[in-house]
Design a protein around this ligand. Structure first.
Ligand code: AMP
Ligand code: GLY
Length: 414
């Protein structure tokens, strides 16, 4: 089996390595890939979408696996393009990926299908936003488009709200777009991953992501500074409630709306006193959750995804161990506002944990930073205590100038 994995981060490296370890022994290719991914996968020599599709056709790719969200909604959409040339794709078509790409689309979907979520109003200007906020803080402001996890501000006061609104409507930091003014939900968060195949689904191992930059869960939102994953993270009763109130109605809603879906679907949930509520959908695996979850997977992910992409649901092909997995992110100086490249990474050879490269480059001097999130250091153990001690102590062996890491990943329950 020949598989093309699309993307370049730590999530894609985790997918590539897990797919490569599948008993069916697939051959893995990647676009655009990274120096680290290309230690396991072969490079797809493409320069754009058209040449990527042409390459996959002429190299007889059996399965395309979408890692990163941007390709799902770019131009005609990755899955749509694959379908047009008869390549099964694990990842939804553009029309369905709006669930992630547009916050307004997903909010309408949630309300239409009666799926628990925060109340929200869509606004098109600074003035409209102020009317919708109506002086009630905390409030949550969300840019209505893809913003790499940075388009959301939980504002505790007017000054914070003004700053975010000015970034969106005056500086246009994320480009053109509207904003959702949303009710602020309170409770621990959990990331639930579904593998959706038309009308069927499998709920994978849950995880918790640590989105704020700094310890104590303060500071700006990031793409995620670490994650903890385990089947033990949520009780069977809670998982059953999530399945019945969130996942099943979503799959039913997709069918009812004529939105085809074969791929991972990520449900970002807040466990409120009134039950689990959806904060967001992502039409892909989480990052860094993927780096934490994949090492817990056993079975044949490649056969599972190929079957699913063809509309054959084979949940018996994969399962997750009962162990714990903890992932610590090392981010570069300036992240998340900016990032710094070319900082030389030291200590990788001493690190006994698994390392996925989120944003690095291989140079003659060694591996250097090449992006905001740089490395994911991941450890597994039977107990949470051992997994997190291992992850943190191994992560402490790796460093580069200006590196940022939260020492409370998997300690702090949020
Ligand atoms: P999102 O990009 O929508 O996942 O939002 C990023 C983060 O902002 C979430 O993980 C939450 O921590 C926070 N957040 C988003 N929506 C809400 C909400 N309605 N209430 C409270 N916090 C929220
Ligand atoms: N970890 C959050 C995300 O992947 O969006």
């Amino acid at each position: 089996m020949k598989i093309a994995v699309i993307g370049k981060g730590g999530r894609e490296q985790a997918l590539v390595e897990t797919l490569a370890a599948s008993p069916c022994k697939p051959q893995i290719f990647s676009y655009p890939g990274s120096d680290a991914i290309l230690c396991t996968a072969e490079l797809i020599e493409a320069t754009d979408f058209d040449s990527l599709i042409d390459w996959m056709v002429s190299n007889e790719i059996d399965l395309c696996v979408a890692g990163e969200e941007s390709y799902l909604v770019k131009d005609d959409g990755l899955a749509n393009r694959c379908e047009a040339v008869g390549i099964p794709c694990w990842g939804p078509p553009k029309q369905s990926a709006q669930l992630e790409a547009s916050k307004e689309f997903s909010k309408d979907f949630l309300i239409r299908h009666d799926i628990p979520t925060a109340k929200a109003t869509a606004v098109a200007s600074y003035a409209e936003a102020k009317v919708a906020i109506a002086g009630v803080y905390p409030t949550v402001l969300k840019f209505d488009g893809l913003a790499a996890g940075k388009g959301v501000a939980v504002c505790t006061d007017e000054a914070m709200a003004d700053e975010f609104l000015s970034e969106v409507f005056v500086e246009k930091r994320f480009g053109e777009g509207r904003v959702l003014v949303e009710e602020c939900l309170v409770g621990p968060e959990i990331s639930i991953f579904g593998a959706i195949c038309d009308d069927k689904f499998l709920i994978l191992c849950p995880a918790r992501d640590y989105k704020r930059l700094s310890e104590g869960d303060v500071g700006p939102n990031t793409g995620g500074m670490g994650a903890v994953a385990s089947r033990q993270l949520a009780s069977p009763e809670l998982m059953a409630l999530i399945e019945q109130s969130i996942v099943a109605p979503t799959v039913k809603g997709l069918l009812a709306d004529g939105l085809p879906y074969r791929g991972f679907l990520y449900f970002g949930l807040m466990l409120t006193q009134d039950g689990p509520k959806i904060i967001e959908y992502n039409c892909r695996f989480g990052d860094p959750e993927c780096e934490a979850v994949m090492p817990l997977l056993t079975g044949d992910l490649a056969e599972f995804c190929l079957a699913g992409a063809k509309g054959e649901f084979k949940p018996e092909l994969i399962s997750f161990s009962d162990a714990w997995s903890v992932c610590c992110i090392l981010a570069s100086a300036g992240y998340p506002a900016t990032s710094r490249n070319d900082d030389l990474i030291s200590g990788l050879d001493d690190c006994a944990a698994r390392v996925f490269h989120c944003g690095t480059k291989k140079t003659e001097a060694g591996w250097v930073s090449n992006g905001g999130r740089v490395l994911a250091i991941v450890a597994q153990a039977e107990s949470l205590e051992t997994a997190r001690e291992l992850a943190h102590s191994e992560a402490a062996k790796v460093s580069f100038p200006g590196s940022q890491r939260r020492a409370d990943i998997a300690y702090l329950n949020m």
